[in-house]
Write a protein that binds this ligand. Structure first.
Ligand code: ADP
Ligand code: ASP
Ligand code: MG
Length: 416
């Protein structure tokens, strides 16, 4: 008997039929003698619908009220799933984040989990109940409901698994594992049986939304065995088969089965580029520009500073699309005259494409192969950034899918 956490995403919870299937699957695991905690997302489209309503009311809704609103999607899901389990004869109880409690900081719409109290959950599990806990939400020290950022139910699930010292966290979704790239963009992408924690962290941070990055961080910090698998298979398929399906995030370098140089291609449409032109090339200039942006709570990603010509230089960096206008305002109002910049320009139609793989450490020539492939497709590279296990380029968004397909092929990642 083991304690196992199941997480079901929006598509998996997308209709009452699908919720009944989730209940059947959960009941199968419970019948096998396991203690099961389920962390579901809102039904697909529901979070978008709620946030859309907020936008109809106000261009800049109060973040606290946004969290009050967005968290209701998950509250509906847990109650429906509890009813579905009860309808097939299982004892089940649902809890909102604050009832558990899942305590977070007060950063509304992007809160971080601080602690999880496992007392009540353990009592219910020991009493033979299936426990269902809302994904995506928590409560701050003042009793306000918070949410964890889009895709945050993954993080709720892994954090709950860590708090309960579960044997495994199973992330059920609408694909049957982690692929070499998004199978919706490259149809012959290949499923990975295992992916190292470091690679998964890079893929998630570079835009692969199959797992929210913070869930991967939790998995790493607590060495929580985490598996991504399909919720769309027959819910009554043999448990032994299901338990080894999908993709396992591995923590040991030498357990990695597939020793390819490149593991996958990630992409992110959520990028914009800003250039501050003609700034004096002197110490402190980067701090003056980026410090002002950071003070406005805007996350900066790629950064380059050009060589100076006649004592002047250009400074280019990227910010997420949602923060583009705010960043431009900050620069125009607080930075431009202060640093003596000639002008500030921006491009909101760029995307980032990255190749990821721990094998890069021991191979040379990956960057040149990547750049050659893009040049053969006539794709201009606007910015480059690298780490030990990834190379990212910023390109015009209209070439993003072409770049992903070409690189996937050039690195031989397709299924046989
Ligand atoms: P859920 O609602 O279950 O959380 P998401 O939509 O958040 O599901 O994440 C699953 C989706 O992630 C898939 O449908 C797929 O399009 C996308 N995805 C992006 N990159 C990858 C990848 N490398 N492997 C698998 N899926 C990926
Ligand atoms: N429902 C939330 C969202 O759509 C959280 C999640 O699905 O993980 O972002
Ligand atoms: Mg998700």
């Amino acid at each position: 008997m083991a304690l196992i956490v199941h997480k079901y995403g929006g598509t998996s919870m997308g209709s009452t039929e699908r919720i009944k299937n989730v209940a059947k699957r959960v009941a199968k695991w419970h019948d096998a003698g396991h203690q099961i905690v389920v962390v579901p997302s809102a039904m697909s489209g529901e979070t978008n619908r709620l946030l859309g309503l907020a936008k109809e009311i106000s261009a800049q809704p109060d973040p606290r009220e946004l969290d009050m609103l967005a968290s209701t999607g998950e509250q509906a899901s847990v109650a429906l799933l509890a009813m579905a389990l009860q309808a097939i004869g299982k004892q089940a109880v649902s809890y909102a984040g604050w009832q558990v409690a899942i305590k977070t900081d007060s950063a509304h719409t992007k809160a971080r989990i601080r602690s999880i109290d496992d007392t009540k959950v353990r009592q219910d599990l020991d009493a033979g109940k299936v426990v269902i806990i809302t994904g995506f939400q928590g409560v701050d020290e003042h009793g306000n409901i918070t949410t964890l950022g889009r895709g945050g139910s993954d993080t709720s699930a892994v954090a709950v698994a860590a708090a309960l010292q579960a044997a495994e966290c199973l992330i059920y979704t609408d694909v049957d594992g982690v692929y070499t790239t998004d199978p919706r963009v490259v149809s012959d992408a290949r499923r990975l049986k295992t992916v190292t924690f470091e690679e998964m962290l890079e893929m998630a941070s570079l835009g692969s939304k199959v797992l929210q990055i913070r869930s991967v961080e939790f998995a790493g910090n607590y060495k929580m065995p985490t598996r991504v698998l399909s919720s769309l298979t027959d819910p009554l398929m043999p448990l032994e088969e299901e338990a080894i399906s999908g993709t396992l995030i591995s923590f040991e370098e030498d357990t990695k089965m597939e020793q390819a140089t490149i593991t996958g291609i990630a992409f992110n449409r959520d990028e914009t580029k800003i250039t501050v032109l003609g700034v004096p090339d002197r110490p402190g200039i980067a701090y003056q520009i980026l410090g002002a942006v950071a003070d406005a709570n805007i996350e900066v990603d790629m950064i380059i500073q050009n060589q100076s010509v006649d004592g002047k230089t250009d400074f280019t960096f990227t910010v997420p699309r949602g923060e583009y206008t705010k960043a431009m305002d900050v620069l125009n109002e607080k930075v431009k005259t202060h640093v003596g910049a000639a002008s500030i320009t921006g491009d909101a139609k760029v995307s980032k494409v990255s190749v990821v793989g721990v094998g890069m450490r021991s191979h040379v020539g990956i960057a040149s192969q990547m750049f050659r492939t893009l040049s053969e497709e006539g794709i201009n590279i606007q910015m480059i950034s690298t780490s030990e296990i990834k190379i990212s380029v910023l390109i015009d968004e209209k070439y993003m899918e072409l770049a992903v397909r070409a690189l996937h092929k050039a690195f031989g990642l397709e299924s046989a």
